[in-house]
Design a protein around this ligand. Structure first.
Ligand code: SAH
Length: 262
């Protein structure tokens, strides 16, 4: 890839929440950055490591609102890099997975702006393991499907055929799924998945106030309503969830509703 900017953009994954889950390379980028463009899901504690005088720009959006447009963010990164600055584009988890990192790379590349990518620890597997749920396990799960829950609500962009494929994998991880959990559960059950299939909902995974709820597919929506779960949360569906009872090692807010009805 050819690039000609004097400055450079580092697209960095900050990890899911626990600030120590950032990579050494990500930390180094933050320490050296002139400008840090931050998403909402990033734990602000990580910014403590930035050098004095660096600028922080928040561009995060909350569920439901649009936030600053992707165009605006793209231009911001470009502008600072053309000025010769070191720009860190800091995103929650891994910067690519459901994080638009790929689009930002395309934009920078098309404008001849130099960039590097620092992958991050994704919430896909790290949040479940902070609740004692290994997403793969030789005895219980050798396949993993990851879906964006929000997309399920938008008929125009709905691409994941949950009804057809949901029953063919051992573990399903849903990101951004709090608002669409009921729909997802119905699709899976209609597609043949056992309504009693164990489900874990992990809210604010790896933060000190993490909450873990163990429930079943048929009770997913009512458990969310009952406990007032709000984003960010990861939903894991599959037999591996049962392991949480034995393997839970982090956090103290655990609601085990697995053997209760809805
Ligand atoms: N790029 C991110 C995902 C962005 S999509 C990554 O690799 O992790 C945002 C979704 O990630 C949230 O809606 C939620 O489902 C999940 N998520 C991110 N951080 C989380 C956390 N600390 N606890 C629970 N879920 C989290």
């Amino acid at each position: 890839m050819k690039c000609s900017s004097r400055g450079k953009v580092y697209i960095v994954g900050a990890g899911p929440g626990d600030p120590e889950l950032i990579t050494l390379k990500g930390l180094k980028a933050i320490r050296e950055a002139d400008v840090i463009i931050v998403d909402r899901l990033v734990n602000p504690e990580i910014l403590r490591y930035r050098r004095r005088g660096s600028e922080i720009i928040y561009v995060g959006k909350r569920p439901g609102d649009k936030g600053l447009s992707q165009d605006y963010i793209n231009r911001l990164m470009e502008e600072y890099a053309l000025k010769g600055l070191k720009v860190v584009r800091l995103k929650g988890g891994d910067p690519i997975v459901f994080g638009r990192g790929g689009e930002e790379m395309e934009y920078l590349s098309s404008r001849g702006v130099c960039f590097e990518v620092v992958p991050g620890v994704s919430s896909i597997y790290s949040v479940p393991i902070y609740a004692g749920v290994p997403v793969t396990h030789r005895r219980y799960s050798s396949s993993l499907l990851v879906v964006p829950g929000m997309e399920a609500l938008d008929k125009e962009v709905r691409r994941v055929r949950l009804k057809e494929i949901g029953g063919k994998v051992d573990t399903i991880v849903v990101l951004m799924g709090v608002g669409s959990a009921g729909y997802i559960a119905r699709e899976l059950i209609e597609g043949g998945v056992d309504p009693r299939k164990p489900v874990a909902i992990i809210e604010r995974g790896s933060y000190s106030d993490q909450r873990t709820i163990l429930t079943t597919l048929e009770c997913l929506q009512s458990s969310i309503d009952r406990l007032g779960v709000s984003p960010p949360a990861v939903i894991v569906i599959g037999d591996v969830v049962r392991l949480s009872r034995r393997l839970m090692w982090f956090g103290s807010s655990i609601y085990d509703l697995l053997d209760e009805g809805c």
